[in-house]
Design a protein around this ligand. Structure first.
Ligand SMILES: *Cc1c(COP(=O)(O)O)cnc(C)c1O
Length: 429
């Protein structure tokens, strides 16, 4: 048995496609080296933060009840703060998702009469109801509490419209909101340099502005994080990059210590924040996931690069292109054809270690204005640092692929996706 036989006999990848994959990999090595350099900085940062905080076996012990004096929880918070170079951080298994972490950050900073200004266009879909973008709804949104909302559209070239953002700041603007990742939009992800430039300018207009940033999918893609560039609070999900595919659930918030305390008050209760919260299963999984995260993010970026090059060879528009810098882990491919995005997602699903026999179907997912098809065969439900793909069924029919704990797995996913298209005569080699 060799690799070639396994690809062809077990997975059904034809020889021409394998040859194409081999030629694609030849040009990837230089790009892989760049990814490795970033990975190495982040890996050493994580190890040094764990050493500096004297992480030890006893910190993996579970706690119960109020969780007073849970030294594992404290270690975890301090290690995250050090890795991200933040004044403080709080990391909890009970933060249920990225949206939950971002919502906590916003509610921590905003009070009735305040205004939030989204500087990077419309936020990720799940934030609509948190902010109350469509007005009051009696669901406890920021709008219900009298917080108003405005947004600055991204420039046509995908950059931040800093001049417009500065003009739109009013005396009530308390929070400037940023999203680093492209999410499921057509604009590129933002570099920390671009974020810093905008933050500096905005703070010259209003120096007490609080900058909150959605960091989902952004962690460890660069050698530093947005809180090092004037961002006051950033939040993300542990079933994405920083959980390393090991954390079974959770979220984090990192940034200014006074704001972290307010976020913890919002999470537990005013006056009771960081001091309580037990971990009945301990935090080993979160710490071990953080240890692996720089490596795992690098693996997933390599998978995205493979996808970008091979799709480009086949004349599909891949964004980012393989020779562009990456600031999040999302790879999009434009198919201009509904059948192709369905085939693509089905191929990705076929590569999964879990639920590979399931056939994804488009469905009317809440929060979307059209049907969506998703491929997700993960060890952890909904984990998108594991190989996954989503595609809303609307023109120009773009599929978004991300994750892959192992480069080879993402590569296999892309090959099986293409093989699906080849089998249906949609791609001819
Ligand atoms: C995943 C994600 C979120 C939050 O999503 P959850 O499903 O709530 O974890 C927010 N913003 C962006 C850009 C994301 O990618």
């Amino acid at each position: 048995m060799n690799v070639r036989n396994l690809y062809s006999d077990y997975f059904g990848v034809n020889h021409k496609l394998l040859e194409l994959a081999n030629s694609v990999e030849l040009i990837l090595s230089d790009y892989f080296r760049e990814i490795d350099k970033i990975r190495d900085v982040n890996q050493l940062k994580v190890i040094s933060a764990m050493q500096k905080n004297r992480l030890s076996d006893i910190h993996f012990n579970p706690s119960t009840g109020y969780g007073y004096g849970d030294i594992g929880r404290e270690k975890l918070d301090n290690i995250y703060a050090d890795v991200f170079n933040a004044e403080a951080a709080f990391v909890r298994q009970q933060i249920a998702s990225g949206t939950h972490a971002i919502a906590l950050s916003l509610f921590a900073c905003l009070r009735p009469g305040d205004e939030i200004l989204s500087v990077t266009g419309k936020p990720y879909d799940t934030l609509d109801d948190v902010i109350g973008i469509n007005g009051k709804s009696d669901n406890g949104s920021l709008a219900d509490y009298g917080v108003s909302y405005k947004q600055v559209e991204m420039r046509a070239d995908g950059g931040i419209d800093i001049d417009m953002a500065c003009k739109m700041i009013s005396k009530d603007t308390k929070v400037a909101y940023f999203q680093k990742s492209k999410g499921y939009t057509a604009r590129p992800a933002l570099s920390n340099a671009a974020i810093e430039k905008a933050v500096k300018k905005l703070k010259t207009v209003k120096n007490d502005l609080i900058v909150v940033l959605d960091n989902c999918y952004g962690e460890f893609v660069e050698t530093s994080e947005p809180v090092e560039y004037g961002v006051d609070l950033m939040a993300g999900s542990l079933i994405k990059n920083p959980g390393g595919g090991i954390a079974t659930s959770g979220g984090y918030i990192a940034g200014r210590a006074d704001l972290i305390e307010k976020a913890a008050y919002r999470f537990i209760a005013p006056g009771i924040g960081l001091e309580i919260g037990s971990n009945p299963v301990g935090c080993r999984h979160i710490l071990q996931g953080l240890f692996l995260a720089p490596h795992i993010v690098a693996e997933s970026l390599k998978g995205s690069l493979f996808c970008a090059v091979i799709m480009d060879r086949l004349n599909f528009k891949a964004e980012p292109a393989y020779n562009e810098k990456r600031y999040d882990i999302i790879q999009s491919v434009e198919f201009n054809d509904p059948e192709n995005i369905i085939l693509f997602c089905r191929g990705i699903q076929k590569a999964a270690a879990v639920d590979s026999y399931v056939t994804p179907e488009p469905w009317a997912m809440p929060g979307y204005d059209c049907e969506v098809i998703m491929a997700a065969g993960g060890f952890i439900q909904g984990s998108s640092i594991e190989l996954s793909a989503d595609a809303p069924l609307r023109p120009p029919y773009i599929a978004y692929m991300q994750g892959g704990l192992v480069y080879l797995h993402a590569k296999l996913g892309v090959l099986l996706a293409l093989q699906e298209m080849i089998n249906k005569g949609k791609v001819v080699l």
